[in-house]
Ligand binder design. Structure first.
Ligand SMILES: [Zn+2]
Ligand SMILES: [Zn+2]
Length: 66
C-alpha cells in the first residue's frame, strides 16, 4: 500500500495521461518521485524537479525514500 498524505497527492501520482507517456512531459503532473523523496516537476522540456519536503496541498511532511 502506498502512503499518500492526501487525496490530491494520490490523484496526482496515480494519474496516467493518455497523451504524455512520461509524467515529466505532462503539464498536468505536479509531483514526481525522485530517489531521495518527492519533487515538483519542472516542465522545461527536460526532467528537472525541485525537491520538496512537504506536500504542496496538505502540508504534511513527506516521507524520505531511498
Ligand atoms: Zn498531502
Ligand atoms: Zn498529459
Amino acid at each position: 500500500m502506498a502512503d499518500y498524505c492526501c487525496d490530491q497527492m494520490q490523484e496526482d501520482l496515480e494519474r496516467r495521461c493518455a497523451v504524455h507517456e512520461d509524467r515529466s512531459d505532462c503539464p498536468d503532473a505536479f509531483i514526481g518521485r525522485a530517489s531521495g523523496g518527492y519533487g515538483l516537476l519542472i516542465h522545461d522540456g527536460g526532467s528537472s524537479m525541485i525537491a520538496i519536503s512537504f506536500c504542496p496541498w496538505c502540508g504534511t511532511r513527506l516521507p524520505e525514500r531511498d
